[in-house]
Design a protein around this ligand. Sequence first.
Ligand code: PEP
Ligand code: MG
Length: 544
Amino acid sequence: MTTFSGKGVYGAVALGKVSVFKRRETTVKMLHVDDPEAEKARLAAAKAAAAAQLQEIYDKALKEVGEANAQIFEIHMMMIEDDDYNESIESIIDTQSVNAEYAVSLTADNFAEMFASMDDAYMQARSADVKDISNRIIACLSDEGTQTAGSDEKVIICADDLAPSETVLLDKDKVLAFVTAHGSSNSHTAILARNMNIPAIIGAGNAFLAAVKDGVFAAVDGYTGEIFLDPDDETRTRLEQKQKADEEKKRLLQELKGKENVTLDGTKIKIFANIGGVDHIGAVLANDAGGIGLFRSEFLYLESSDYPTEEQQFAAYKKVLESMAGKKVIIRTLDIGADKQVDYFNLAKEENPALGFRAIRICLTRPEIFRTQLRALYRASAFGELGIMFPMITSVSELEQIKQIVNEVKGELTAEGIAFSDNVELGIMIETPAAAVISDRLAPLVDFFSVGTNDLTQYTLACDRQNAAVEQFVDTHHEAILRLIEMSAKNAHAHGAWIGICGELAADTTLTETFLRMGIDELSVSPSFVLKVRDAVRRTDLSR
Ligand code: PEP
Ligand code: MG
């Protein structure tokens, strides 16, 4: 048995045979050509064929993993048409009189290197995308098409790395898990894997790649990030048991659908779900969440190549509200900045982005962006039970400015004769220690608080949430954090506001009792954790 470890991207266990993903290597030779114009014509035809393939992949992805995840292939289609990319290819053909394959390959290397050298993790991940589209064009030039992974029996796909298009083309019914030697948890491949519910490990390393062979039996533990090649009997039995226990747990949790979130002594709490896009609503409904406690609206901006218009936003918010059929939907206004960078915002590079120009700070400085979003939100409010919350609040004055803009937007809509709901709840995220400490001053101005423990932890413990080097200093149960939450809960209730938690800590069932004792009214978690938290609530007895 040989053991390797990487990062578990989706927690589950799988045992089975390995299939090493073989990408058809397109070795590109540099050839001299006499007619650069003819080369450019070949290039145009190959690009058209590549775009047609991408359209097919997009349609497949749309059906299988939803619009937000399929969009990467729309981006690929746009990248194929990118002026800089094409100018580079054509200029290499013209100036060096070389074949199109070579010009595409050289351009791909240059662009991939440029993306990889950027500071921003999101842009670094685009390096794989440019290579992916270039390989597709090269394959079309050679009239080869591209390989899709596949096998007749269910297998654990092992690869160097998987491009997003390769991941989505995997026939899910035949894939038990996948393990890659490289790749970042920020990449679209990792995101797609989570959404496809495939147990996955990334970053298992070069040694793993050298050791893994087709047909070898392996066990993958997506929880711990371990992969065992040719596992010994003890490991195999242990993981089989873990898998069985997993299945049994999932089955039992299904029985909690339709049941109340109530403790043994009768205390009730709401359990809502967090989503990043319209296409996650299916998971919210399938897991029986009572509502949406956090819709991270910035994903609309991240997935777009320009500011989403009022109409585009209105359509997305309306769809969420209508799909939730009268259940509460809390949409958070734009939280761009820090780890979530968007090119077209043209934000300056910062030394300390987490402490920088982000979220509400951008909205209050560039109110035209904020107003567009608020107009779309209020227009959508006529179609369901909307709550709006504002991120990164640190002061009363920010909240006063927000409320003034909100009132102006409502006034505009009224003057234009546009319908909106009178019952939109307004809330703020408690994700800075400042907001928690002055929660007695903020509570009278809002309907609710929602504690963002991800940021509250980073700011309270002074540990950048993006920095792996300080992870060892992060104690998510730190007394300071719990005291800030408790203080916020007391102040919310003293002023008639309700309080929820929407950071990752909300799903930590070792704290469910603590939160219930604090009087937390709502916990908002990833859809797949709703039933697990319901189970923890139903086992809690506050009378003891
Ligand atoms: C948080 O900070 O806890 C939160 C929910 O927001 P995000 O993770 O999007 O910053
Ligand atoms: Mg946050």
